[in-house]
Design a protein around this ligand. Structure first.
Ligand code: BGC
Length: 859
């Protein structure tokens, strides 16, 4: 034993010495290591272990650690939570993206993390995608500029960024089985450019696969996507890793170009690959290429000799806090501001009511792997109270109860008009629910999930107010916290009086909910949202409520809740009273990490009760403003006309409350601009008809039939007006554009300079985002009317002007020519539009391309 370890140490030292010999280039050092590795060791390096790679101590190859991503270094927690990806996109600030990346790099170094699993770069195709908040909006040019900034920042600290999820992961429902079916032109023009820029410009260290299939193939085993496009066309020299559990076939994945299977070698393991190499099904050079990529990356970023946590960097990152605050501040979008309600005239205000489920505690980030537990996230309530100090009063009410409390409060009984509280659960062997159940049990409430109060203040209050026999059910452990997939829950709901009821189900699995034998929510084939709701008029008396669970959820059934609430009971009367007594009201609503998260989609409507809350508060106080947390557009039509101001705050990170207070009180003028188009009705979205499975012959296929006409490109194409267009956002000041000029850049082939001046024509300091769109006047193929190809965020004092110069290159005019397998910009006229949004065009110039330009996929 002892002799062995001495021998091992000697081998290690000699290998190490050999490797660091002065003459070694990185490539030769890596080659020597490769030559010293056994096949088994090589295979162990391409199959991860948890959040990291395996070490080879014999050769001094260290383990390399990973952490999610993308809005903070998630573990070890607590950490700094930055504004979400979509919020970063709303800042339109590439320098900020770089600062965020740099701070994330520091957070990683302080934790000994080599790979940050971010940025998220899938496209915002429709508001329902549960992971939109992680991504960078609907426009590939905007997204790619931010991704490049972020990656360069992270990698400047010698930490690898990992751009994800490659590719077509643009919805979260059924994400393991859905097949994104996207034609090549659309893929190249819309869904790939951010990845392409990350590879070609930012030299990203790693790319992560998606879960979904793309054009019929697993993206962990797709030679056309990985070998051809990623590594061939773009020359990606880094590491292509699988998403967690997205590998299904070791040999196919190995041959198609997957370099690292995460989180373990379930398929790319010695058992599969050793015989495959022996039999020639996988060449050893294919395995070598994967190992070389890992070791070269480690060499490039200085990890080959280990990169332990940098203890000189505090994990409580003060610089990170400042950047987090800047991110929150620059990203919030002022959507409406009637009668100049904002900034609040705090000289006249004595009392502000802060109301709503998102007012406190802070809603810093969405859910799933991107959720960061922050050190001290600042809530809206806290931020505003701290800002206003002791001279003014900030009152607070949650306004609507938590869904867990509402579900537990619903008096379900096991029998019509009686029995015990709870529901009868029958377990069936199949989703047809036919024949006799395998077993039957009684649950004491129509919920499964976390026990105890879980920091939930409403539950605690409920516990104190219920009769003991019901209160005890609150804390009883669920009989089955996971439950087999094919459970049928049956309960009775006794309506004391006839009237409207809000009925909701919170569950990420497949199910259907029936009331009196009628299906009222159908999530069986397409689990459309983690929280679904419907409103029904119920007669007085008992109603049968049945939930059939048809499939397990994507990430474990942590909880399932069913609730029925009388519409009149949704809103806390105290909230209305506080609203009536205040000089102004801030209503903080939206989603949170349970309601908008990886592993499922969300509804376009705000969660149950929130529309009602806003309406009732607005009726009590004319000076009502609404602040929304969401990863994208929500349905504001039920109340937008009755409130004066609306701010989209996204998931603003840990400093959100402080930043919001700064904006509300006018210390800073809002400068966020929408990185998405905001539809009036969800059906207005140009992708809506194609968002859910839409191929009758292939039930798991999502055909992107709208092609390149996504977001503003689609709204213009269909002629439907967005409620708030892409690029839109109000300010407390105003801006003017002048002197738009477009001219060829001398010396640069096919380069054009676009110059103009921006002037702050208002009375306050503020930042504007000037946007340059390009549109072909007579395109030879169907093309969007205009596409974003440049932008500039400029900060100006009142009266100040700034000259802006942007450059357009051949790609700015090009579409993807499928036949020619290259980019092509046809000779002819192009409109160069300077606008404040995709619809608010302030000036245009014409540019004539004298000849057709052809650009190779590798350029
Ligand atoms: C997510 C990835 C994440 C990984 C590790 C997966 O479920 O899709 O984005 O990086 O888990 O947490």
């Amino acid at each position: 034993m002892r002799r062995q370890s001495v021998a091992a140490i000697a081998a290690l030292l000699s290998a190490h010495a050999a490797c660091v010999a002065a003459a070694d280039t990185p490539a030769s050092r890596v080659q020597k290591l490769l030559d010293s590795l056994t096949l088994q060791e090589k295979i162990s390096l391409i199959s991860g272990t948890g959040f990291g790679t395996r070490p080879i101590p014999r050769l001094g190859i260290p383990a390399m650690k990973m952490s999610d991503g993308p809005v903070g270094v998630r573990s070890p927690a607590p950490s700094t939570a930055y504004a979400a990806g979509v919020a970063l996109a709303a800042s339109w600030d590439t320098a900020l993206a770089n600062e965020v990346g740099t701070q994330i790099g520091r957070d990683a170094r302080s934790r000994g993390v080599q790979f940050v699993l971010g940025p998220g770069a899938n496209l915002y195709r429709a508001p329902m995608n549960g992971r939109n908040f992680e991504y960078l909006g609907e426009d590939p040019w905007l997204a790619s500029r931010l991704a490049v900034g972020y990656i360069e920042g992270v990698q400047s600290l010698n930490v690898s960024a990992t751009i994800k999820h490659f590719a077509g992961n643009d919805s979260e429902y059924a994400r393991h089985t859905s097949d994104s079916t996207i034609d090549e032109r659309t893929l190249r023009e819309m869904y790939l450019p951010t990845f392409e820029a990350a590879v070609k410009e930012a030299h990203v260290g790693a790319v992560m696969s998606s879960y979904n299939l793309l054009n019929g193939e697993r993206t962990t085993a797709s030679a056309p996507l990985v070998r051809k496009i990623l590594k061939g066309d773009w020359g990606f020299g880094g590491l292509y890793m699988s998403d967690w559990g997205a590998t299904y076939d070791g040999v196919a994945a190995a041959n198609a170009g997957l370099d690292l299977e995460m989180p373990s070698g379930r398929f790319m393991n010695a058992q599969t690959l050793e015989p495959a190499v022996r039999n020639g099904v996988v060449s050893e050079s294919v395995i070598d290429d994967k190992v070389r990529r890992l070791l070269m990356l480690a060499s490039r970023l200085g990890w080959l000799d280990g990169q332990p946590p940098d203890l000189s960097i505090s994990r409580y990152n003060q610089g990170g806090r400042e950047v987090a605050r800047k991110g929150a501040l620059e990203s919030m979008v002022l959507l409406k501001n009637a009668d100049g309600l904002l900034p609040l005239d705090i000289r006249k205000i004595r009392t502000i009511a802060v109301i709503g489920p998102n007012a406190h505690p802070a809603v810093a980030s969405g859910g799933g792997s991107a959720h960061v537990i922050a050190f001290a996230p600042v809530s809206v309530l806290q931020g505003l109270s701290e800002k206003l100090g002791t001279d003014r009063t900030v009152t607070y009410a949650r306004g609507v109860q938590t869904y867990r409390a509402l579900a537990l409060r619903t008096p379900f009984t096991t029998q019509r008009g009686g029995g015990s509280f709870g529901a009868t659960v029958e377990s069936f062997p199949e989703a047809t629910f036919s024949g006799s159940p395998k077993s039957t049990r009684v649950e004491r409430s129509f919920t499964i999930g976390a026990e105890g109060f879980g920091g939930d203040p409403d539950l605690l209050t409920l516990y104190d107010s219920l009769p003991p026999e019901r209160a005890s059910a609150l804390l009883a452990p669920p009989e089955s916290s996971r439950g087999p997939s094919f459970d049928r829950w049956t309960a009775w709901y006794d309506a004391a009086a006839a009237g409207p009821r809000t009925i909701f189900v919170q569950d990420t699995g497949g199910y259907r909910l029936l009331v009196d034998d009628e299906v009222v929510i159908d999530s069986a084939h397409i689990p459309k949202a983690m929280m679904r709701q419907t409103r029904r008029d119920l007669t007085a008396g008992p109603h049968k409520v049945v939930l059939e669970q048809t499939s397990g959820p994507d990430v474990g059934r942590a909880f399932m809740r069913v609730g029925i609430v009388e519409s009149a009971d949704l809103v806390d009367p105290v909230a209305k009273q506080l609203a009536a007594q205040a000089d102004a009201v801030v209503v903080a609503v939206g989603f949170d990490s349970d309601l908008e998260s990886e592993g499922g989609d969300r509804e376009f409507s705000l969660p149950p009760g929130q529309d009602e809350l806003i309406r009732q508060v607005a009726a009590a106080n004319p000076n009502t403003l609404v602040v929304i947390n969401s990863g994208g557009a929500v349905d504001v039509t039920p109340w937008i006309d009755s409130v004066k101001a609306v701010i989209e705050a996204w998931y603003p990170g840990q400093e959100g409350g402080a930043a919001l207070a700064q904006l509300l009180t006018g210390e800073t003028s809002p400068s966020g601009r929408l990185p998405i188009s905001w539809e009036r009705a969800v059906t207005d979205d140009p992708t809506f008809a194609n968002y859910y499975y839409n191929d009758p012959m292939h039930p798991d296929r999502i055909r992107y039939q709208e092609g390149v006409f996504v977001g503003y490109r689609g709204f213009e194409h269909t002629g439907v007006k967005a409620l708030f267009p892409f690029g839109y956002g109000l300010s407390y000041t105003s801006f003017k554009y002048s002197n738009l000029k477009v001219s060829p850049v001398s010396g640069g082939p096919d380069l054009y300079a676009v110059t103009f001046d921006v002037t702050n024509s208002g009375a306050r300091a503020g930042a504007d985002v000037a946007q340059i769109y390009v549109g072909a006047k007579s395109p030879r193929v169907p093309r969007p009317l205009r596409e974003l190809k440049g932008f500039a965020r400029v900060e100006l004092r009142p009266g100040e002007s700034q000259h802006v110069a942007l450059t357009l290159n051949a790609r700015s005019f090009a579409y993807y020519d499928v036949k020619g397998s290259r980019w092509r910009a046809d000779a002819g006229e192009y409109r160069i539009d300077l606008g404040r949004s995709s619809e608010d065009i302030q000036a245009s110039e014409l540019l004539r391309l004298p000849r057709t330009l052809r650009i190779a996929v590798g350029d």
